[in-house]
Design a protein around this ligand. Structure first.
Ligand code: SAM
Ligand code: F3S
Length: 458
């Protein structure tokens, strides 16, 4: 007879979720929340091995691509996966799900769940429902701010974190699909945002990036009053939270880039020296057709003032080239604006018509080759300013937040400057998650090299 102690009942192996996320930071944030909500409700753990998973989620983005067709061809690749094991479930979320709704599961019957950016917190119920009824569960509604109330406590993953402060967009730029797929602007109450930031700070987060399609439209309810908190005030509140040393925000609309936000760059030292302010074009005629709500002169005036408030600022933007009717002259005005504003970073795209947007009714007049040429010229100019920006940092001392071991090799670590530049340096693993001072010794194409001075915070 064996005298072995009976082993304790083993907890079942966690169910595995395979998640594909397309697009922007906002989508990555939503994807992380999908994983969190399913971990809390059903004990799901994320895997990068689809064969281990019984749940596949595809979080789509249709801002710049012909994403509809891409979704169906992606789904075609998962047919065999689904049939290989009974009970496997496929869910599609994000912008394409929001646009297609029911039609998506009708055209692709392997899809069991269709949910929008604002209903991802309902995934646990949708999953139970589709498993019980064997029918697709579809919910692409826009229930105001309910999503955030239903999400589990945030889980920090390192010393930096994203916090969504508002959802949707009400600007209706003529080329953009976001207001139709993500709904109107809705701000989270101030206390909810502060609580999430404080919870992250307690887990070792030192840098918060505030997220939203248009964060400077933030108007958060302030508990116990009828007043609303704007972004500048929110930054000041977050700066008072113990542990939070750096704050960034993205994306910001130039028309609502207020004097208060410009003053923040002069007055709030915890606000990082980095601003992403999408201008899209330097031609007033094109800006008017895009319904952007500002002129080139108004934009440049704001840039002049924000540069005076924060001289070491890194300035980033978004550009669209080849908007319908954009002439060589319109494009040259964009190039002039780039030279005047000295953007050292940019996300730039060829225009593509998005279904359901007003601009999609205009003839797409600029030939694909011309768009490609203009994009290449624009990107090469921005690279020049990026190189200059980095060269000017050589010899200066920069405070960096160390994020991870560097891909450059053993004993090297990587962190970011306040101006959002990656710096590689020789250091120690215990510096991860802490601020250190480095002298910048070299500017490389995609990063900087630094020499360690002294550990500062942690
Ligand atoms: N809220 C931001 C702003 O103030 O402009 C923009 C957010 S939008 C989701 C991200 C970027 O995608 C835009 O700035 C624009 O450059 C690009 N984009 C949006 N629609 C596009 C289209 N139809 N074609 C090409 N680029 C597009
Ligand atoms: Fe799109 Fe314009 Fe809003 S680009 S996200 S409609 S500010």
């Amino acid at each position: 007879m064996s005298d072995a102690v009976p082993s304790a009942p083993q907890s079942p192996a966690p169910r595995k979720l395979f998640l594909i996320s397309w697009g922007c930071q906002m989508n990555d944030y939503d994807s992380a929340k999908m994983a969190d909500v399913l971990a809390a409700s059903h004990g799901y753990a994320r895997t990068d091995q689809p064969e281990e998973a019984d749940l596949l989620l595809l979080n789509t983005c249709s801002v710049r691509e012909k994403a509809q067709e891409k979704v169906f061809s992606e789904l075609g690749r998962w047919k065999e996966w689904k049939q290989a094991q009974p009970g496997r479930v496929i869910g599609v979320g994000g912008c394409v799900a929001s646009q297609e709704g029911q039609a998506l599961s009708e055209r692709a019957p392997i899809v069991d769940m269709v949910f929008g950016p604002q209903t991802l917190h309902r995934l646990p119920q949708m999953l139970d429902s589709t498993r019980q009824t064997q029918q697709p569960a579809i919910d692409v509604s826009f229930p105001e701010i309910e999503k955030f109330d239903a999400l589990p406590e945030p889980r920090a993953d390192g010393a930096t974190a994203f916090v969504s402060i508002m959802e949707g967009c009400s600007k209706y730029c003529t080329f953009c699909v976001v207001p139709y797929t993500r709904g109107a602007e809705v701000s989270r109450p101030l206390d909810d945002v502060l609580l999430e930031c404080a919870q992250l700070a307690e887990q070792g987060v030192h840098e918060i990036t505030l997220l939203g399609q248009n964060v400077n439209a933030y108007r958060g309810a302030m508990g116990g009053t009828h007043e609303l908190c704007d972004l500048a005030l929110l930054i000041d509140y977050i700066a008072r939270l113990p542990g939070i040393e750096r704050i960034r925000y993205t994306t910001s609309h130039p028309a609502e880039f207020t004097d208060a936000l410009i003053d923040s760059f002069a007055q709030q030292p915890k606000l990082a020296s980095y601003l992403h302010l999408p201008v899209q074009s330097g031609s007033d005629r094109i800006l008017g057709m895009m319904k952007r709500g500002y002129t080139r002169a108004q934009f440049l005036d704001k840039i002049r003032r924000v540069r005076a408030a924060r001289p070491d600022l890194s300035l980033s933007s978004d550009f669209i080239v080849g908007f319908p009717t954009e002439s060589d002259d319109d494009f040259m005005q964009t190039m002039d604006l780039i030279a005047e504003a000295r953007f050292d970073c940019a996300f730039s795209f060829n225009y593509s018509p998005r279904p359901g947007t007003p601009a999609a009714n205009l003839r797409d007049t600029v030939a694909a080759e011309i768009k490609d040429q203009r994009l290449a010229i624009l990107q090469s100019r921005i690279r020049q300013f990026d190189d200059e920006f980095k060269r000017e940092l050589v010899g200066t001392t920069q405070r960096i937040l160390v994020e991870r071991p560097s891909r450059r090799g053993e004993g090297q670590f990587a962190g970011r400057t306040s101006t959002n530049r990656v710096v590689n340096f020789d250091g120690h693993a215990d510096m991860i998650g802490r601020f250190v001072d480095v002298t910048i010794t070299e500017a490389a194409p995609n990063s900087l090299r630094g020499r360690l001075l002294d550990t500062v915070t942690g």
